[in-house]
Design a protein around this ligand. Structure first.
Ligand SMILES: [Zn+2]
Length: 429
């Protein structure tokens, strides 16, 4: 497999910043981790969906990140991720990104030609029979029929990943960017054998992936905690780490290949589970957060009262009016109980502290409202429409906002995940 000269570090965090105002406050969380002796590399990511909603260009993500890096004097690596791109959307990202998340979820299940599937089976006798994978107990008993069935389901997606990878490599040069392959936006979690077959096929296809985002069991809703079977997740996560380590040795994939967890923000109940597993397997992780920094902007605005609070209430009122339209693109990754959304007139009476408490993700706070939080999470389109009015207020309330942005990343995410401690879920400030 080709050597990657741009190599992703062991621990990294994907940072969303919808309006490109908070890179400095986000970077601060990484700086504080570095001061504690743990290097977590920042990766700014923005999906095509976000760019279209906000009306922004990929160049703006790099520009905002670069400004923050320069100002802070950050001398470790940093990256810009073209998140969830496909062949038809990748081109405008190519000059501005050095990390590409190739999304092939749509191609999963497209039947691969019988001949291609048979050739895969011929090429991989090592996948058939009794497989011993350290960390996967008991081993897997695999038939050729099973391997071909899985190959039939995933090879079209893998070939598509290869096409997109080669398209980017032709423009940027092989080894000069980080490749992620994402399959998280699918209905069902992949089995360990499926993951192994996918990795073998990606190696065949010459895709030097450094991160992979499989689908795990349970719901990874945007901006709220994990909903699902924690024990089952723990088992799947540990097995995935074992399968990846095995595939790296078996197929010569990049030795820093690691998992990428999408919609990783706010998965408080998973962080201790993941921290334990990473230690056990001596593995790295990329935690891709979901653009919830924008919610910290709203919290910061509300907390400063006056015009900031008025705008936060106004955005809520408009979000409520457009709830169907705002939720539609995110239907599979949010769960809002509309009966729990207070009327606009009620929110219009809230103090800044009440507004902040409803939105801030502190599950132990009786005023926290996950339905309000999820609605506002998908309501950034409304702020985008307000344009300069919103941006000017955000800039003028920078102190309050950046404090919230840094605290959220550092205390609720990075410390619990990579230091195994932190103030965790039960803290406001
Ligand atoms: Zn994703």
């Amino acid at each position: 497999m080709s050597v990657n000269s741009v190599k992703l570090a062991r621990y990294s965090i994907g940072l969303g910043d919808r309006f490109a105002q908070e890179a400095e406050a986000q970077l601060r969380a990484c700086i504080e981790m570095a001061e504690r002796g743990v290097e977590v590399i920042p990766v700014w990511n923005k999906s095509n969906r976000e760019h279209l909603t906000v009306g922004s260009e990929p160049a703006s993500v790099r520009a905002a990140a670069e400004a923050a890096i320069r100002k802070a004097g950050w001398n470790k690596p940093w990256h810009v991720d073209a998140d969830h791109i496909r062949l038809d959307t990748v081109d405008r990202y190519i000059p501005h990104c050095d990390f590409f998340t190739i999304d092939v979820a749509d191609a999963i299940g497209k039947p691969a030609p019988v001949e291609v599937v048979r050739r895969f089976g011929d090429r991989h006798p090592e996948l058939i029979g009794q497989l011993t994978i350290p960390g996967v107990e008991p081993g897997l008993a695999v038939t050729r029929q099973q391997v071909e069935h899985i190959a039939g389901k995933y090879l079209a997606a893998v070939q598509e990943a290869g096409r997109i990878y080669r398209h980017i490599a032709a423009a940027k040069g092989a080894g000069r960017f980080i490749t992620e392959v994402s399959m998280d936006e699918t209905a069902e979690a992949q089995t360990p054998l499926e993951l192994l077959v996918i990795l073998a096929a990606l190696a065949d296809e010459g895709v030097p992936l450094q991160t992979i985002a499989p689908k795990f069991t349970g719901r990874f809703n945007k901006g709220v905690d994990y909903v699902g079977d924690l024990r089952r997740f723990e088992q799947e996560f540990n097995v995935a780490l074992a399968v990846i380590a095995f595939a790296v040795r078996q197929y010569g994939l990049p030795d820093n290949l690691k998992l990428s967890i999408h919609s990783g923000s706010d998965k408080f109940s998973l962080f201790p589970v993941m921290a334990r597993a990473l230690r056990r397997h001596n593995a790295g992780l990329h935690l891709k957060t979901a653009g919830t920094t924008w919610l910290e902007e709203l919290i910061g605005l509300a907390e400063t009262g006056g015009e900031g609070l008025a705008l936060a209430r106004e955005i809520y009122a408009e979000a409520l009016e457009h709830v169907d339209e705002l939720c539609a693109p995110y239907a599979s990754v949010i769960d809002i109980d509309r009966s729990k959304l207070p009327a606009a007139q009620v929110v219009a009476q809230w103090s800044g502290a009440q507004f902040a408490a409803a939105v801030r993700h502190d599950p132990t706070c009786p005023n926290f409202n996950p339905h309000v939080r999820q609605l506002l999470h998908v309501a950034y389109k409304i702020a985008a429409k307000k344009g300069d009015q919103f941006l000017a207020l955000v800039r003028s309330r920078n102190g309050s906002i950046s404090r919230n942005v840094t605290f959220n990343l550092l205390e609720r995410h990075l410390k619990p995940l990579f230091l195994g401690n932190g103030i965790g879920v039960g803290s406001g400030h």
